[in-house]
Design a protein around this ligand. Structure first.
Ligand SMILES: [Zn+2]
Length: 82
């Protein structure tokens, strides 16, 4: 004869199920890699990192966008036209 009540059995099963999910989630967090320069992480499955730990979004921004981004008077005039 089982001495554990039906309600207690349900609670035990629910906690066992929740713990499996938590263990899986914490395992994924341990493997998570975050860009050294921003908050992007490996939850983006296409992300890559350079040897400094910068993500490809940061590398693209600094190598291609900043160098072509005029924040001076000319850039302001171009923005106002848009
Ligand atoms: Zn980044």
């Amino acid at each position: 004869m089982n001495s554990i009540s039906a309600n207690l059995n349900i609670m035990i099963k629910a906690s066992e199920k929740a713990s499996k999910i938590l263990i899986r989630d914490f395992g994924e967090i341990e493997k998570l890699q975050v860009s050294k320069n921003c908050i992007v992480d490996t939850t983006d499955s296409t992300i890559t990192f350079d040897d400094k730990g910068w993500c490809d979004y940061c590398i693209n921004y600094h190598n291609h966008i900043v160098s072509n981004w005029d924040t001076g008077e000319q850039g302001e005039c171009e923005l106002l036209i848009i």
